[in-house]
Design a protein around this ligand. Sequence first.
Ligand SMILES: Cc1ncc(C[n+]2csc(CCOP(=O)(O)OP(=O)(O)O)c2C)c(N)n1
Ligand SMILES: [Mg+2]
Length: 637
Amino acid sequence: MSPVTYKLASEKTKETQHISDISVGKKIPLGKYLFQRVLSAGTKSIFGVPGDFNLPLLEHLYERDLVEQGLRWIGTCNELNAAYAADGFSRYSNKIGCLITTYGVGELSALNGVAGAFAENVKMLHIVGVAKSSAKHENKNIHHLIPNLHDSNFKRPNHKVYYEMVKDRVCCSAEYLENIDQACDQIDKVIRDIYRYSKPGYIFIPVDFVNELVETTNLLVTPVIDLESSLARPDEVTVIEVAQMIADWIYQSGNPGLVGDVLTDRYDATKMLNDFIQLTKMWNFTTVNGKSIIDESNPWYMGLYNGDEGVSTVIDRFHKCDLVLNFGLDINEINHGHYTFKYKPNSKIVELHPTYVRFLDTEYGTERLFKGLNFVFVLKELINRINPKECMFSYDLSVRKFCSEEIKTPEDGNDDAEASTITQNKLSKMIPDYLNPGDIVVCETGSFQFAMRDIVLPPQVKYMSQGFFLSIGTALPAAVGVGIALQDYPNQHINNFGAVDHNYKPRLILLEGDGAAQMTVQELTSMIRFQIPIEIMLWNNNGYTVERAILGPTRSYNDIMPWDWTKLFAAFGDFEGKYTRSTAIETTSKLLLKLNQLKNEGNRDIIEMVEVKLGVMDYPHQLKHMVEAAKVRQVRQ
Ligand SMILES: Cc1ncc(C[n+]2csc(CCOP(=O)(O)OP(=O)(O)O)c2C)c(N)n1
Ligand SMILES: [Mg+2]
């Protein structure tokens, strides 16, 4: 048995609150209670846009004792961007990304960002300032409300129409505060649910409730709400039984493998999984949505498995595994190679999910399902229980760790390559060198996202991308959220400090498409406003290349208006060019120089934009492969 007791990452950052007016019998305004609760759930920065239905609430942001605990307002240019920023904040910090919007007009704008967080299991709290609770207003068509379809001049409107739109649809929990005596419990419930289900939650707070006084008892009894305290405690005996069953299967296996998928990170088990790899030296694979959860510098990293859409040498490795432990799996079209994800015939599989653990023996067709069991507790027990000396792995030693060089692209062997046009295949070979251990990469939905799949990342690099919901324009404001989270919780993503130089300040890097950027570009201004150092690679290929690859390569619907990208920062607030630097690059040799300079230069406080000019129809071979596979599927259907 290992002597180490493993802790969830959230335990590292628990902070005690020091609000002065919390004591038995003392009352505080509901608005203050709400913000104190947000702080006690670990979140310091709140994104959003003001409106008359939330202004009195926002006033409470400036209470001295809340500010002293780090509470701050991050105003974004619109509510959609606030939701994207909250999403990035949460992906980086694993805490709750919080946004505040106003009734109807604000909350509806944010909806796509909330839906994306729901689809991708991101912890988000959306607080909406809504109409007064008093009955006097119930029959009024107040502003920002959609009136009834028929007889709107006579019939009482539905003031909860937006709440009804989102409840049970894009959130795991939604509370409309209508009774002041229950408001504190309702707030706590939403926050706990967000941690438990790792999905967005909503609090609708009537504008006249904000200054109503409430008891502080909840804050005294439960000073902290975090992931660990929010998860349902499983039965200890079951956890031990399941962990032992997995250990026994590992001991019987000659060629086991594990998959580190996205929910591993959402439930704070990333460090544990990497420790488990180090302990067992087990072959390991990543997924599209789980990329960078597994530290890809480990010697047993075997690549990104994505069914038939992945690299053939990775598929070969995966199909050698007679046992697969699939941690935190999320089954969807993108993550499972358009449902071509297959295990080796007659193998054993353990699916480890936040709501179940499932054992499958495909040789005997047997299955055991443990419902309601969160895999994090099982992994914790397994890592304490596994004895590496009992493992009898007989891996084929000629099979090496996956390296990106296994992938051959048309540019390989072309001596002229350095001085000539930049292509995405060439870029995918430059990026690994450009990154330093510990850096943070946010990648936009678009053609280059496909290339990122097979790039082997340096140690302790955190990679974030909206890989399943795929709403373009997300990444740029999400990078603002990551930058804010980095200010609040520096180096939160690093769980092996030995791999990163201790003097090194990790870089935030955004890989962004021109089409996507045109959707949410005004948030560049927030990078200047909130002093977020970042390197932005802006892929300028004159439009929607990923769509051109699928259909209509020359259609006007895939074109966009060309912009002078290097001039944007001057318009967005850096009037004298003090905080930003922008360069346009057209050749491989110049790009290599620039990337090298960025990698090695000391000044990390600047906002840097590199506009990289690419061919309109140039895209990575992974995208080509996917498009061709889709055509074959269509013919067969
Ligand atoms: C909000 C939204 N609108 C439309 C789409 C469809 N879509 C997917 S990728 C893409 C083009 C992205 O273009 P760009 O950012 O320039 O990246 P490129 O493929 O050119 O590298 C579009 C329009 C989408 N995914 N999300
Ligand atoms: Mg483009």
